[in-house]
Every structure is written in C-alpha cells, then in structure tokens.
Design a protein around this ligand. Sequence first.
Ligand code: ZN
Length: 315
Amino acid sequence: MYLGIDVGGTNLVAGLVDREGTLKHKASCPVDRSWTAEELTLQLARLSIRAAQEGGCPLEEVEAAGAGLPGLVDSGAGVVIKTPNMPFRDTPFRELFQRELNVPVYLGNDADCAAAGEYWAGAAKGCDPVLVITLGTGIGGGLVKGGKLYTGLGGAGLEVGHIVTHPEGERCGCGNLGCWERYGSATALIQQTKAAMEQHSDSALWSACGGVLENVEGRTPFLAAQQGDPTALQVLEQYRRELSYGLVSLCNVLFPEVVCLGGGVSSADESLLLAPLRELVHRGCFDKDHLPKVVRASLGNDAGVVGAAMLCQMA
Ligand SMILES: [Zn+2]
C-alpha cells in the first residue's frame, strides 16, 4: 500500500492507495496559515498515518509515500524548493516526514502527479510515452517515457505553458511574449469569452452566465455553444486552434502514444472540444503512421492523491 498526499494551499488530503491506483480511504484537514514549513510537513505525516489507520492498513504495510505539491521540488534530495502561497523554502521534506513515519518519500509537482496517475491508473494505462496536459490557470505538462517521469536537468518538469505560439503576442507572467498558456489555458478561454461577449450583446453567452460578465467560467462558452450560439461556437473554434498549436509542437517533438487532457475545461462535451481538437492535432502531426491518441484524463477529483501515490512506482 502507498500513501498519496495532495498538498494544496487551503486543504491537505492524504489517501491510502493500492498498487493499482485504487483509492481505499482518504483523510483531509484545512491548512492553518500560521504553520511553518516544518509544522506543515509534520501535519502531513500525521494526516497520512490517520489515512492508513482509518483505512485499516497497519503502518508496517505502507511501502512508501508520495507527495504532490504546486511548486518546485527536488525529489532526489527529498527537498521542497519553493511553492507559491506556502511556507516551503528549501525544506527537507523527506527528513521531516520520516520523523513521524519512516517510509521512502517521493516528491513531485502537480503536473508530474497527473502524469504518474494517468499512466498507472488512468486514461494512459498501457501507453508509453504519455503526455498529460492540464488546462487551468496556466497550462501544465507531465511526461512519462520508458515508465519514468521526465523532469529535465533541474528536475522542475515540463513548462509546456511557456512554449511560444505567438511571437509578437501578449506578455506572459514569465516575461516572454506570446506563451501558449496566454491563449490556451482555462483563464485564457474565460478572457476570450468575455471579449466576445462585449462585442456581441445578443449572444447566448450572456444568458449562460446570468448576464454578468464576472460570472463567466470555463464552461460558459460550452453551455452557450450547446444551444448553437454562433459567438460561442466561434470562441471555441479559435480556442481549439490555440490549443492545437502547442499540442502539435509537443507531439512532433515527443511522439507520445497518448495525450491526456485534464483540468475542468477538458470535461466539456466531446463534440465541442476533444473530437475537433483531435482532428486538428492529427492534421499537424508529422508521422501519420503513429498518430497519438488524444483523450480526456480520467482520474478526476482524486487525481491529486492517486497521482501522488503513483510517484512511488516511478522511482
Ligand atoms: Zn510564459
């Protein structure tokens, strides 16, 4: 049995997960903002012990623990280098954790966990190489090749969101111009939807968000498009094109067997997102004899915990 730990800014979740990636039990607790990095790590270890005990697993049967964090980690050294909105800074996570529970500890960022989870227990099971792309505030990416996570020289993983798709484009938070995530993230889709609404006061997009621009969410354009709204359909057509730019580039470098798309946006109606996107990606792929499957990530709500646990099988 493994323990999978999903470290979020507001909530901590630890889960007891078997080798097949089935979640047996989970325990959670809110984050106390006053905790130091050391206290936070010890709390995670205690929460993990609780998840094992409540799940009926004696601690000596826990083989290893994996923790997924939204930030930069050095899994080899067992150190959390930094995370936004959390106190970790060069924190010796493994050493602290093992004071409470002495098992091997593996660390990964969110994107690595998503890739590990889909590879062992999700939509990418049986495939290799596997590329997992998560559409959220930005665009995250994780790659499994030869059964291992590829995390690059510094171990930070793939920063696929910063592929440049518009060299003269908008400024990204990273400082470069025209990064893919400025056009293809869920945040970008929301911005594109709002911009279209301002130009089309008669669009069904307005009723899809209760007439309030601030209420636009990632699913808003999909809701309006289902009713056949031409503005929404246009927004989505352009959005799929933006997504395809990055995906085609990645596929022509990595030649994955499968590309899994995750994040809230990916749960949209197949006919409005995945099916036409798959066609665009395949059209751009260089090797027509080895086209990647383009599918929805399948782990959903428990992806964080299951993916973190599956880091233990990536070592
Ligand atoms: Zn960027």
